[in-house]
Design a protein around this ligand. Sequence first.
Ligand code: ADE
Ligand code: ZN
Length: 325
Amino acid sequence: TVSAEFLSGLPKCELHLHLEGTLEPELKLTLAMRNGIDIGQTTVEDVRATYVFDSLAAFLAVYYPAMNVLVTEQDFYDLAHEYFTRAAIDGVRRVEAFFDPQAHTSRGIPIETVIQGYHRAAVDAANFGVSAELILCFLRDFSAESALQTLRDALPYKDQFIGVGLDSDERDNPPAKFAEVFALARAEGLKLTMHCDIDQVGSIENIRQVLDEIKVDRIDHGTNVVESPELVELLRLRQIGLTCCPISNSFVTADMKATEIVDLLHAGVKVTINSDDPAYFGAYVAENYRALADRANLSRDDMILLAKNSFEASWLSDDDKQMYL
Ligand code: ADE
Ligand code: ZN
């Protein structure tokens, strides 16, 4: 087995992390109090008791209402700052973090409040050795028009995020629905990634779309690609990073998908290990490495390969990558 100390000391990147998914019960209660919001619970234990789910839908039904406690620029700063602090302890040197502006603008929070709070925390993370950047995600269960409007509203702050992503409920919301907004994002010089969640209806077709039609730079989850040897080969040839999240998988599907993740890794696909929504799934990134190593009997060398992959799949400049590799 590989020790927890070795894994938290291993320099790594976190490439699949939703900032809103780092809302721990303690901070949720603090922000609710600060903003005078009744969330229905008054103790950490009671909040934690609501953090139970056995599917993506059940998770999202807890995740979105929880965000009501985020109101001011300082709230967004505090959420991200607390996460970056934890990440540093976990050996994370680089974070490319997702955020969901539509989950806030749809309840009346200005997009600049969200971006500026998160961005200020990302800048401050350099003070404790974490290079942090933001990825603006569109909610795929909202319309393509809403995504396009969100990107237009965010473009004045384009120097404060490095890419765009796509998350939320994948069912009936295929990648092609967002072809136009992703084409605009690329034309604006932004990097592209999209979730291809675990065991979705039409998974393989969606993975084909993100590669052929959207031409993403990375895929979030994407583990179902194992069903198509042809697409696995394409991922290997293009060296497209896959941001896998073992413990998240075990919540939304009752299976860590360790066999699939390890098969892809050993097939030469640029597999990385990440935490997704650590406050909800109860595990930060080093613990995801550890759980996978335990389940699949992986060696220290496999862990080092995964950490190396995380730098190679990151959107650091080639010069910056050399500094870490
Ligand atoms: N938003 C936050 N976490 C997510 C996940 N695991 N899948 C889809 N959308 C999400
Ligand atoms: Zn995710």
